[in-house]
Design a protein around this ligand. Structure first.
Ligand code: SF4
Ligand code: SF4
Length: 257
């Protein structure tokens, strides 16, 4: 059954418990950060940070306050990252997660270019780098558990359920309190639809959400761009495949992260 998440941004208190839970479950390293006048910490996603909470100063009805934005892969219904990958290292599962198979990856990073939300990150610091991003805790879901970030959240900011149910719940909340929420479910149409949806009391563009994402699925567009340079693409992929082979990327015996 296809799963989804409804993120109700009016409920987030910015505790960052989800950030910590994600890092712990995925065994990501901790990196030293420096305060630069922005409470978002770390400032951006990285290969060691699959999700962060963005602190955004907002004004509502004349009052200045904070909004807290849970940021991670949106698990697009028809992911541009997967469409751009020439070796099928990224795939959409029946449960809704866009998962990554490191043993297929040749390191071309087309997925990073294709993603409209700037999500996948590369392990530039590693001698044997992979692409990293939120996995939707696919193994936890398989075992009947909640994704780590959702399990930890003390305010039930995120609702995990069947995709159709979270869409219905988002519409219900907007209909029940029209004065509270802006009339938009972010992710319902953006990029052809995403399995993570957002509702908010502040217009999404004021919160830094990407505007102008087409409401059609992006894979066709992605390949129309890449196929305009077929010789270069084919040659580049062949070269990286050879490099990956000699570096043992194709080994089925190595364990993943
Ligand atoms: S948000 Fe980016 S990385 Fe995530 S599924 Fe969509 S295209 Fe892929
Ligand atoms: S755990 Fe919940 S309340 Fe805390 S920062 Fe994450 S989404 Fe917000």
């Amino acid at each position: 059954m296809e799963k989804g998440v409804l993120v109700d941004l009016t409920r987030c208190i910015g505790c960052r418990g989800c950030q910590v839970a994600c890092k712990e479950w995925n065994e990501r390293d901790v990196r030293k950060t420096t305060f630069k006048g922005d409470f978002t910490n770390p400032v951006k996603l990285s290969s060691d940070c699959y999700t962060n909470i963005q602190f955004v100063e907002t004004e509502k009805k004349g009052k200045v306050g904070w909004s807290f934005i849970k940021n991670q892969c949106l698990h697009c219904k028809e992911p541009a990252c997967a469409a751009a990958c020439p070796v099928g290292a990224l795939t959409k599962t029946a449960q809704g997660a866009v998962s990554y198979q490191f043993d297929k990856c040749i390191g071309c990073r087309y997925c990073m270019v294709a993603c409209p939300f700037d999500i996948p990150k590369y392990e530039w610091e590693s001698v044997s780098p992979w692409v990293q991003k939120c996995t939707f805790c696919a193994e936890r879901i398989e075992d009947g558990l909640l994704p780590a970030c959702i399990k930890t959240c003390p305010t039930e900011t995120m609702l995990f359920d069947d995709y159709d149910k979270i869409v219905a719940e988002a519409k219900k909340r907007l209909a029940k309190e029209p004065g509270k929420y802006v009339k938009h479910i972010y992710g319902l149409e953006e990029a052809g639809g995403t399995n993570w949806l957002y509702i908010s009391d502040i217009p999404f563009e004021e919160l830094g959400f990407k505007k102008g994402i087409p409401s059609v699925s992006l894979p066709d567009y992605t390949w129309s761009v890449l196929s305009s340079i077929p010789a270069k693409v084919t040659g580049f992929v062949a070269l990286l495949s050879a490099v990956a082979y000699f570096r043992g990327r194709g080994s089925q015996e190595e364990g993943s992260e």
